[in-house]
Write a protein that binds this ligand. Sequence first.
Ligand code: NAG
Ligand code: NAG
Ligand code: NAG
Ligand code: NAG
Ligand code: NAG
Ligand code: NAG
Ligand code: NAG
Length: 451
Amino acid sequence: MDSVTEPKQQSLPAIAVTVIAGLLIWVLLSFFRKKEVKDKDEQINETKPNENTSNVKTGNKKAKHQRFLKKPSFVNFTHPYLHVTLKGHSGKVLGLDASINGKYMASCSDDRSVRLWSVKDFGSGNKCVRVNVEFDHARQARFSPDSRAFIAGLAVENTVRVFKLGKKDDGVTTCIPIEEDFKKYNQAELLNIGVGATSSGGSYVMTAYKNTTIMVRNLKGDILHTINTNQGNNNHAAVSPCGRFVASSGWTPDVKVWAVNFTRSGDYKDVTRAFELKGHTTSVWSFDFNNDSTRMVTVSKDGSWRFYDTRVEYEKGQEPYLLNSGEFCITGCSVDVDYCIVALSPDARVAAVACMNNITVFSTATGEVEVEFTEVHSEIISSLIFDIAGRYILSSGDKHIRIFHNTLGYKETIRELEDKIKPLPSASTTRERYQKQINEAKKALAAIDKS
Ligand SMILES: *[C@@H]1O[C@H](CO)[C@@H](O)[C@H](O)[C@H]1NC(C)=O
Ligand SMILES: *[C@@H]1O[C@H](CO)[C@@H](O)[C@H](O)[C@H]1NC(C)=O
Ligand SMILES: *[C@@H]1O[C@H](CO)[C@@H](O)[C@H](O)[C@H]1NC(C)=O
Ligand SMILES: *[C@@H]1O[C@H](CO)[C@@H](O)[C@H](O)[C@H]1NC(C)=O
Ligand SMILES: *[C@@H]1O[C@H](CO)[C@@H](O)[C@H](O)[C@H]1NC(C)=O
Ligand SMILES: *[C@@H]1O[C@H](CO)[C@@H](O)[C@H](O)[C@H]1NC(C)=O
Ligand SMILES: *[C@@H]1O[C@H](CO)[C@@H](O)[C@H](O)[C@H]1NC(C)=O
């Protein structure tokens, strides 16, 4: 996000006025904040699991789910594939994101902070950089493609704040908000945000609203293009990791994908319809791209997942085609689940689906389920992602973040390469290369087994 400008120079009197106004707002806000915390306490008592709450509000799925989920046994969740549990947030973690350079993971929580974790140090304790989200909290955080900034989707203000990563004199990473928040739109709730950069150097921010509006904006928040998805309401919207596409799913049984076009010199050009994913029979809850947008996976209320090849010449009218599909409610989904999240590994070999507080991991090539992690969090899973290298599956749902080894990723790599290697002559460089990759994957698996 290099083109984001430095804060404007202000004259002294202007600064004084700002400071005084800021103090006033702060006093007012802290008053409201105290009240809000009190309100929260009351809510917690209301939804205690042992109380007969189901009859208070019949048809309130959330209350029913919370009652179902709040069992003390979740506190000490453990699994052989669990690498580490990250602790530090004092409120529910609402969103996760991994930086493209593979170095950081960001988590945001209703404790009014975003925390940046070093992926390299996942195993060694709970070190993180705490970034305060003043007067608000973030539901989503998304790194900029150059990994030097991130944007946060503000829950109360319903808009976007940009934070820039920097280093203090002692080398410690810090983050500061830059300029003011994006202009807000109050007609609809913010559903998701994203940042995209194209190969020509153009970059943009996506703000998607539940009311089927998606806005493509420049890095200052000015609207470049507005899309109406016409999907009734939106369940999910995202920018592809390669930055070329914006996609959405909702009440209709399709996923719509648009191309965000920039000129060769990096200026915004237009947004055009690219392609659609079809075949589900009802609402698509969630979808995900692999790292170069050549594959996509979807999960729907119809109980199935679908895996597509999206490397198509959509400009010539080619449509994505289905590579595989299956059901994701294997043993679970016994209660009436009303939303599931899907994540696709960067290499597209593995997909994971989170329903309530369970996670199912399966191979996209064979459809076989490798493992089900059950009752991973004490509340409904809010975010599910793979790290950039495809080594881990990360989930959030309560105050903690669970990091699982992507064991299936290694197994699928071995299976695929062993198939490829068979017909190759014994003294070929390709064979050697594949063999090396197989050995590396085997070594990684052995290390997980030992730990
Ligand atoms: C909620 O429960 C806590 C203790 O569990 C108690 O101190 C507090 O007064 C309760 N609040 C309400 C509104 O009942
Ligand atoms: C919950 O309420 C229903 C209907 O009022 C009642 O039949 C049931 O016995 C209650 N359960 C408990 C545990 O109090
Ligand atoms: C979880 O583990 C801790 C320490 O290992 C123990 O004190 C606590 O009772 C356990 N909680 C549950 C619910 O099993
Ligand atoms: C949805 O919200 C956006 C942003 O607040 C607004 O501009 C748009 O008119 C709304 N669209 C619909 C269909 O209500
Ligand atoms: C940009 O839009 C045109 C159609 O207006 C399309 O032919 C072209 O492929 C698009 N470029 C990209 C990079 O999607
Ligand atoms: C989660 O898994 C457990 C154990 O298999 C199962 O009893 C429960 O119904 C599942 N929950 C959901 C929402 O699928
Ligand atoms: C995507 O992931 C694959 C496999 O991990 C890797 O070889 C490739 O370089 C990645 N591509 C991009 C664009 O990140």
